[in-house]
Design a protein around this ligand. Structure first.
Ligand code: NDP
Length: 286
Protein backbone atom coordinates (compact mmCIF):
# COMPACT_ATOMS: atom_id res chain seq x y z
CA UNK A 1 0.00 0.00 0.00
CA UNK A 2 1.16 3.54 -0.72
CA UNK A 3 -0.52 6.23 1.29
CA UNK A 4 -2.45 9.02 -0.32
CA UNK A 5 -0.96 12.37 0.48
CA UNK A 6 -3.15 14.84 2.37
CA UNK A 7 -2.08 18.08 0.76
CA UNK A 8 -2.36 20.63 3.58
CA UNK A 9 -1.22 23.45 1.36
CA UNK A 10 -4.07 22.90 -1.10
CA UNK A 11 -6.70 22.35 1.59
CA UNK A 12 -5.50 25.47 3.41
CA UNK A 13 -5.82 27.42 0.16
CA UNK A 14 -9.42 26.35 -0.26
CA UNK A 15 -10.15 27.35 3.37
CA UNK A 16 -8.47 30.69 2.69
CA UNK A 17 -10.60 31.24 -0.41
CA UNK A 18 -13.70 30.84 1.76
CA UNK A 19 -12.34 33.25 4.37
CA UNK A 20 -11.42 35.74 1.67
CA UNK A 21 -15.06 35.86 0.56
CA UNK A 22 -16.13 36.59 4.15
CA UNK A 23 -13.49 39.31 4.52
CA UNK A 24 -14.85 40.97 1.34
CA UNK A 25 -18.42 40.81 2.66
CA UNK A 26 -17.34 42.32 5.98
CA UNK A 27 -15.43 45.05 4.18
CA UNK A 28 -18.61 45.96 2.28
CA UNK A 29 -20.30 46.73 5.58
CA UNK A 30 -17.31 48.68 6.87
CA UNK A 31 -15.68 45.99 9.02
CA UNK A 32 -12.02 45.13 8.52
CA UNK A 33 -10.94 42.15 10.63
CA UNK A 34 -7.75 42.95 12.53
CA UNK A 35 -5.12 40.67 14.05
CA UNK A 36 -2.42 41.85 16.45
CA UNK A 37 0.64 39.65 16.85
CA UNK A 38 2.99 40.20 19.77
CA UNK A 39 6.54 39.01 19.32
CA UNK A 40 8.79 39.16 22.36
CA UNK A 41 12.56 38.89 21.88
CA UNK A 42 14.49 37.66 18.91
CA UNK A 43 13.76 33.96 18.47
CA UNK A 44 14.44 33.27 14.79
CA UNK A 45 11.86 30.49 14.43
CA UNK A 46 9.19 32.67 16.08
CA UNK A 47 10.07 35.53 13.75
CA UNK A 48 9.56 33.27 10.72
CA UNK A 49 6.18 32.01 11.99
CA UNK A 50 5.04 35.56 12.68
CA UNK A 51 6.13 36.71 9.23
CA UNK A 52 4.14 33.91 7.59
CA UNK A 53 1.07 34.76 9.65
CA UNK A 54 1.30 38.43 8.70
CA UNK A 55 1.78 37.63 5.03
CA UNK A 56 -1.32 35.42 5.11
CA UNK A 57 -3.34 38.25 6.68
CA UNK A 58 -2.19 40.71 4.06
CA UNK A 59 -3.12 38.35 1.22
CA UNK A 60 -6.69 38.19 2.52
CA UNK A 61 -7.09 41.86 3.36
CA UNK A 62 -7.03 41.28 7.10
CA UNK A 63 -5.54 44.24 8.95
CA UNK A 64 -2.45 42.97 10.75
CA UNK A 65 -0.29 44.66 13.35
CA UNK A 66 3.05 43.36 14.58
CA UNK A 67 4.13 44.48 18.02
CA UNK A 68 7.77 43.70 18.67
CA UNK A 69 8.91 43.93 22.26
CA UNK A 70 12.34 43.37 23.82
CA UNK A 71 12.88 40.25 25.92
CA UNK A 72 13.83 42.49 28.85
CA UNK A 73 10.21 43.60 29.26
CA UNK A 74 8.35 42.89 32.50
CA UNK A 75 5.25 40.80 33.08
CA UNK A 76 3.29 44.00 33.84
CA UNK A 77 4.43 45.70 30.63
CA UNK A 78 3.36 42.74 28.51
CA UNK A 79 0.01 42.46 30.31
CA UNK A 80 -0.50 46.20 29.84
CA UNK A 81 0.09 45.90 26.10
CA UNK A 82 -2.44 43.08 25.85
CA UNK A 83 -5.01 45.06 27.82
CA UNK A 84 -4.58 47.96 25.38
CA UNK A 85 -5.29 45.57 22.49
CA UNK A 86 -8.30 44.14 24.33
CA UNK A 87 -9.72 47.69 24.27
CA UNK A 88 -8.68 48.48 20.67
CA UNK A 89 -11.75 48.33 18.41
CA UNK A 90 -9.66 47.85 15.23
CA UNK A 91 -8.27 44.59 16.65
CA UNK A 92 -10.42 41.42 16.76
CA UNK A 93 -7.74 38.78 17.29
CA UNK A 94 -4.70 38.85 19.57
CA UNK A 95 -1.88 36.36 19.36
CA UNK A 96 1.15 36.22 21.63
CA UNK A 97 3.82 34.20 19.85
CA UNK A 98 5.19 31.46 22.13
CA UNK A 99 7.60 30.69 23.67
CA UNK A 100 7.98 33.71 25.93
CA UNK A 101 11.19 34.51 27.83
CA UNK A 102 11.57 32.39 30.98
CA UNK A 103 10.89 35.28 33.40
CA UNK A 104 7.40 35.78 31.94
CA UNK A 105 4.56 33.68 33.37
CA UNK A 106 3.07 32.37 30.14
CA UNK A 107 -0.22 31.04 31.54
CA UNK A 108 -1.05 34.41 33.12
CA UNK A 109 -0.31 36.18 29.85
CA UNK A 110 -2.65 33.88 27.93
CA UNK A 111 -5.36 34.59 30.51
CA UNK A 112 -4.91 38.34 30.00
CA UNK A 113 -6.09 38.06 26.39
CA UNK A 114 -9.83 38.67 26.13
CA UNK A 115 -11.46 35.26 25.44
CA UNK A 116 -13.44 37.02 22.68
CA UNK A 117 -10.18 38.00 20.91
CA UNK A 118 -8.34 34.75 21.54
CA UNK A 119 -7.14 34.04 17.98
CA UNK A 120 -4.98 31.10 19.07
CA UNK A 121 -7.73 29.48 21.14
CA UNK A 122 -5.40 28.97 24.11
CA UNK A 123 -7.42 30.85 26.77
CA UNK A 124 -8.78 28.49 29.47
CA UNK A 125 -12.29 29.79 28.80
CA UNK A 126 -12.08 28.68 25.18
CA UNK A 127 -10.44 25.40 26.17
CA UNK A 128 -13.30 24.85 28.65
CA UNK A 129 -15.90 25.71 26.02
CA UNK A 130 -14.24 23.28 23.61
CA UNK A 131 -14.23 20.54 26.27
CA UNK A 132 -17.90 21.03 27.02
CA UNK A 133 -18.83 21.06 23.34
CA UNK A 134 -19.76 24.75 23.19
CA UNK A 135 -18.93 27.23 20.47
CA UNK A 136 -15.31 28.27 21.02
CA UNK A 137 -12.21 29.64 19.39
CA UNK A 138 -10.42 26.36 18.74
CA UNK A 139 -6.64 25.94 18.94
CA UNK A 140 -5.43 26.36 15.37
CA UNK A 141 -3.28 23.26 14.82
CA UNK A 142 -5.77 20.69 16.19
CA UNK A 143 -8.60 22.46 14.39
CA UNK A 144 -6.58 22.35 11.18
CA UNK A 145 -6.17 18.59 11.56
CA UNK A 146 -9.93 18.12 11.89
CA UNK A 147 -10.60 20.25 8.82
CA UNK A 148 -8.08 18.20 6.82
CA UNK A 149 -9.84 14.96 7.74
CA UNK A 150 -13.20 16.47 6.95
CA UNK A 151 -11.85 17.59 3.59
CA UNK A 152 -10.85 14.04 2.61
CA UNK A 153 -14.23 12.77 3.80
CA UNK A 154 -12.77 10.63 6.57
CA UNK A 155 -15.37 9.37 9.07
CA UNK A 156 -13.97 9.85 12.60
CA UNK A 157 -16.83 8.42 14.66
CA UNK A 158 -15.98 5.06 16.23
CA UNK A 159 -12.32 5.21 15.19
CA UNK A 160 -9.37 4.92 17.55
CA UNK A 161 -7.28 8.11 17.56
CA UNK A 162 -3.87 7.83 19.21
CA UNK A 163 -2.22 11.15 19.97
CA UNK A 164 1.51 11.15 20.65
CA UNK A 165 2.24 14.35 22.59
CA UNK A 166 0.16 16.08 25.25
CA UNK A 167 1.08 19.76 25.05
CA UNK A 168 -1.64 22.28 25.88
CA UNK A 169 -1.47 23.75 22.38
CA UNK A 170 -1.43 20.63 20.20
CA UNK A 171 -1.68 17.15 21.74
CA UNK A 172 -4.27 17.68 24.47
CA UNK A 173 -6.75 19.73 22.43
CA UNK A 174 -6.29 17.44 19.41
CA UNK A 175 -7.42 14.48 21.53
CA UNK A 176 -10.39 16.48 22.81
CA UNK A 177 -11.54 17.37 19.29
CA UNK A 178 -11.37 13.71 18.28
CA UNK A 179 -13.37 12.81 21.37
CA UNK A 180 -15.95 15.47 20.47
CA UNK A 181 -16.29 13.67 17.10
CA UNK A 182 -16.94 10.35 18.90
CA UNK A 183 -13.53 8.76 18.41
CA UNK A 184 -11.96 6.63 21.12
CA UNK A 185 -8.84 8.49 22.22
CA UNK A 186 -5.50 7.39 23.65
CA UNK A 187 -2.79 9.85 24.67
CA UNK A 188 0.90 8.91 24.65
CA UNK A 189 3.80 11.02 25.94
CA UNK A 190 7.40 10.82 27.07
CA UNK A 191 6.56 8.58 30.03
CA UNK A 192 4.55 6.11 27.94
CA UNK A 193 6.05 2.63 28.13
CA UNK A 194 6.10 0.66 24.88
CA UNK A 195 4.91 3.40 22.52
CA UNK A 196 4.47 1.08 19.47
CA UNK A 197 2.01 -1.08 21.46
CA UNK A 198 -0.37 1.90 21.56
CA UNK A 199 0.37 3.51 18.22
CA UNK A 200 -0.12 0.22 16.35
CA UNK A 201 -3.76 0.25 17.51
CA UNK A 202 -4.43 3.62 15.92
CA UNK A 203 -6.83 4.12 13.06
CA UNK A 204 -5.71 7.76 13.21
CA UNK A 205 -2.22 8.46 14.51
CA UNK A 206 -1.26 12.04 15.36
CA UNK A 207 2.43 12.72 16.04
CA UNK A 208 3.04 15.98 17.92
CA UNK A 209 6.36 15.39 19.62
CA UNK A 210 9.10 17.51 18.05
CA UNK A 211 11.60 14.68 17.54
CA UNK A 212 12.17 13.35 14.06
CA UNK A 213 11.71 9.63 13.34
CA UNK A 214 9.64 9.13 16.50
CA UNK A 215 7.11 7.25 14.38
CA UNK A 216 8.53 4.53 12.14
CA UNK A 217 6.74 1.85 10.11
CA UNK A 218 6.91 -0.38 13.18
CA UNK A 219 4.63 2.08 15.04
CA UNK A 220 1.89 2.07 12.40
CA UNK A 221 -0.99 -0.26 11.65
CA UNK A 222 -1.53 -1.13 7.98
CA UNK A 223 -4.03 1.37 6.53
CA UNK A 224 -3.83 3.94 9.34
CA UNK A 225 -4.21 7.66 8.75
CA UNK A 226 -1.01 9.40 9.89
CA UNK A 227 -0.95 13.09 10.77
CA UNK A 228 2.51 14.55 11.29
CA UNK A 229 2.51 17.78 13.29
CA UNK A 230 6.24 17.84 14.08
CA UNK A 231 8.53 20.53 12.72
CA UNK A 232 12.13 19.45 12.94
CA UNK A 233 15.29 19.68 10.88
CA UNK A 234 17.05 16.68 9.33
CA UNK A 235 20.82 16.28 8.93
CA UNK A 236 20.75 18.42 5.77
CA UNK A 237 18.92 21.15 7.64
CA UNK A 238 15.67 20.51 5.77
CA UNK A 239 12.29 20.74 7.48
CA UNK A 240 10.92 17.33 8.51
CA UNK A 241 8.24 15.96 10.81
CA UNK A 242 8.13 13.36 13.58
CA UNK A 243 7.29 10.55 11.16
CA UNK A 244 9.78 8.54 9.07
CA UNK A 245 7.90 9.51 5.95
CA UNK A 246 9.41 7.12 3.37
CA UNK A 247 8.72 3.93 5.31
CA UNK A 248 5.41 4.97 6.88
CA UNK A 249 3.99 6.05 3.55
CA UNK A 250 4.20 2.41 2.42
CA UNK A 251 1.94 1.30 5.28
CA UNK A 252 -0.53 4.13 5.90
CA UNK A 253 -3.69 4.84 3.88
CA UNK A 254 -3.31 8.62 4.21
CA UNK A 255 -0.38 10.71 5.40
CA UNK A 256 0.38 14.40 5.80
CA UNK A 257 3.77 15.58 4.53
CA UNK A 258 6.12 18.05 6.21
CA UNK A 259 6.28 20.72 4.86
CA UNK A 260 2.92 21.40 3.14
CA UNK A 261 0.92 19.40 5.65
CA UNK A 262 -0.37 20.60 9.00
CA UNK A 263 1.64 23.87 8.98
CA UNK A 264 -0.41 25.73 6.34
CA UNK A 265 -3.62 24.54 8.02
CA UNK A 266 -2.54 26.14 11.31
CA UNK A 267 -2.25 29.51 9.61
CA UNK A 268 -5.57 29.10 7.79
CA UNK A 269 -7.31 28.39 11.12
CA UNK A 270 -5.74 31.48 12.67
CA UNK A 271 -7.27 33.57 9.88
CA UNK A 272 -10.58 31.78 10.41
CA UNK A 273 -10.53 32.59 14.14
CA UNK A 274 -9.74 36.25 13.45
CA UNK A 275 -12.65 36.61 11.06
CA UNK A 276 -14.93 34.68 13.43
CA UNK A 277 -13.96 37.10 16.23
CA UNK A 278 -14.68 40.11 14.03
CA UNK A 279 -18.12 38.70 13.16
CA UNK A 280 -18.91 37.95 16.81
CA UNK A 281 -17.74 41.31 18.12
CA UNK A 282 -19.78 43.16 15.46
CA UNK A 283 -22.69 40.70 15.82
CA UNK A 284 -22.66 39.86 12.09
CA UNK A 285 -23.65 36.49 10.68
CA UNK A 286 -22.72 35.82 7.07
P1 NDP B 1 5.95 20.15 23.28
O1 NDP B 1 7.43 20.05 23.39
O2 NDP B 1 5.22 21.14 24.12
O3 NDP B 1 5.32 18.72 23.54
C1 NDP B 1 5.90 17.56 23.05
C2 NDP B 1 5.16 16.36 23.56
O4 NDP B 1 5.82 15.19 23.08
C3 NDP B 1 5.13 16.25 25.08
O5 NDP B 1 3.84 15.93 25.52
C4 NDP B 1 6.12 15.13 25.38
O6 NDP B 1 5.78 14.37 26.53
C5 NDP B 1 5.99 14.27 24.15
N1 NDP B 1 7.18 13.46 23.92
C6 NDP B 1 8.48 13.83 23.98
N2 NDP B 1 9.28 12.80 23.70
C7 NDP B 1 8.49 11.75 23.46
C8 NDP B 1 8.73 10.40 23.12
N3 NDP B 1 9.96 9.93 22.96
N4 NDP B 1 7.68 9.58 22.96
C9 NDP B 1 6.42 10.03 23.10
N5 NDP B 1 6.13 11.31 23.42
C10 NDP B 1 7.14 12.16 23.60
O7 NDP B 1 5.68 20.40 21.73
P2 NDP B 1 4.40 20.99 20.94
O8 NDP B 1 3.21 20.17 21.23
O9 NDP B 1 4.34 22.44 21.10
O10 NDP B 1 4.88 20.71 19.45
C11 NDP B 1 5.16 19.42 18.98
C12 NDP B 1 5.78 19.51 17.60
O11 NDP B 1 4.84 20.10 16.73
C13 NDP B 1 7.02 20.40 17.50
O12 NDP B 1 7.87 19.89 16.52
C14 NDP B 1 6.48 21.73 17.03
O13 NDP B 1 7.43 22.50 16.35
C15 NDP B 1 5.39 21.26 16.11
N6 NDP B 1 4.31 22.22 15.92
C16 NDP B 1 3.86 22.33 14.64
C17 NDP B 1 2.82 23.18 14.37
C18 NDP B 1 2.33 23.25 12.96
O14 NDP B 1 1.59 24.14 12.64
N7 NDP B 1 2.71 22.31 12.10
C19 NDP B 1 2.18 24.01 15.39
C20 NDP B 1 2.68 23.74 16.73
C21 NDP B 1 3.72 22.87 16.95
P3 NDP B 1 5.76 14.97 28.04
O15 NDP B 1 4.49 15.74 28.14
O16 NDP B 1 5.79 13.78 28.90
O17 NDP B 1 6.99 15.85 28.15
Amino acid sequence: MTAQLINGKEIAQSVRNGISGEVDQLREIGIIPGLAVILVGDNQASRTYVKNKQKACQELGIHSVLIELPDTLTQAELSGKIQELNEDSSIHGILVQLPLPPHIREKEIIETISPEKDADGFHPINIGRMMTGQDAFLPCTPHGIMVMLEHIGYEIEGKHAVIVGRSNIVGKPAGQLFLNKNATVTYCHSKTKNLPFYTRQADILVAAVGIRDTITADHVKEGAVVIDVGMNRNDEGKLCGDVSFEEVTRKASYITPVPKGVGPMTIAMLLKNTVKAAKKIHKVSL
